[in-house]
Design a protein around this ligand. Sequence first.
Ligand code: CTP
Length: 404
Amino acid sequence: MSQKNIVLGVTGSIASYKAAELTSLLVKRGFSVHVVMTAAATSFIAPLTFQTLSGNPVHVDMFSPPKDWNVEHIGLAQMADLLLIAPATANFIGKIAAGIADDLLSATVLATKAPVVIAPAMNVGMYENKIFQRNMKLLREYGYYFVEPEEGRLACGTAGKGRLADLEKIIKVVENLIFREQDLSGKKVLVTAGPTREPLDPVRFLSNYSSGKMGYALAEEARERGAEVILVSGPTGLSPPPGVKVDFVETAQEMFEAVLNYFPEVDVVVKAAAVADFRPKQVAPEKVKKRGSCMVIELEATPDILFHLGKQKNKQILVGFAAETENLLENAREKLREKNLDLLVANDLKQEGAGFQVDTNIATILYPDGGVLRLPKMTKKELARVIFDEVVKLIKLREKEGDR
Ligand code: CTP
């Protein structure tokens, strides 16, 4: 395996010294590490430390005499298999979000096509500041990866979120990105996630316990494997994965319209959303008053989105989910057939560690030919990986058949 180049950007923070340990750990894992420091970082730690630990020259000044024919920031931007900024200050993140490139590191970030991983470190007040949060959100949407800081005692004497993430955690993100096979590259994947809300009146709605965790994990997985991902999401409290286009919807009808709009252009659809099957027939224009001791709400069916897609599909691979509380296989098989799916992921909501809200799932994958793959309890991210492994197998099979 050829050695992978990591350009490590170090900005001026009290956590700058941790970047020395990070350099050493990355070198031990076999990476070639090329450190770029901001001028402020050199006030906290000497370039010589990084030079010694990485065995490579350390870059600080954009205008130092070139050592070879490359313009320095372009050279670094091109040679990077990944650019890691750790620690990244609020100031530096603000600069990238604004497109400012007034030093070697920010110019390298702007010029690179490699994945960029940012590990922020700062005071909790700065971290919680709306401007910083907006910058982080924007960069996430543009495809930058963040390793969020941890909670704990901060150098400024306060406690809270802002401490540079654990170095092993940062390295895990880096390794995951560098060594992930891009087997969904060139494919467009649509994922739906979360619950829908069906309004009753201006202050009430019908919904379900779906947290959106499974769908968000699927979107993140597809993105990491190189797909262009559209996430149509009902209301959740989750932050969208980096590099994923998100379309927020509320009702089943809105989800239906959004999904149908994207459907012709996508290769794969994974419908993890828990769509309400019924909605109040009448939505009261004003708050419904408490009168009498009981109330009857008339409901009407919402469109079954997946059923419509199953009827319309041509090239697309359709993956459905089935949430069951009894007769899992029987019910799931029926859904697979009725909705004309290519895969169905069934989970028994009654099993502990499966279904809504939790971080794990216990799933059974069903195939149209009657095949069944029973999976053990695993995290939703791991399940997302298994699901896309199966999707990739299907894509390859179809491409092979297409070649014949
Ligand atoms: N689904 C959908 N549109 C709906 C209802 C469900 O697209 N109006 C999709 C879900 O996203 C999921 C699959 O259909 O991928 C199965 O959802 P589930 O709630 O398990 O089943 P239903 O078809 O709603 O059937 P039932 O409620 O009778 O189990």
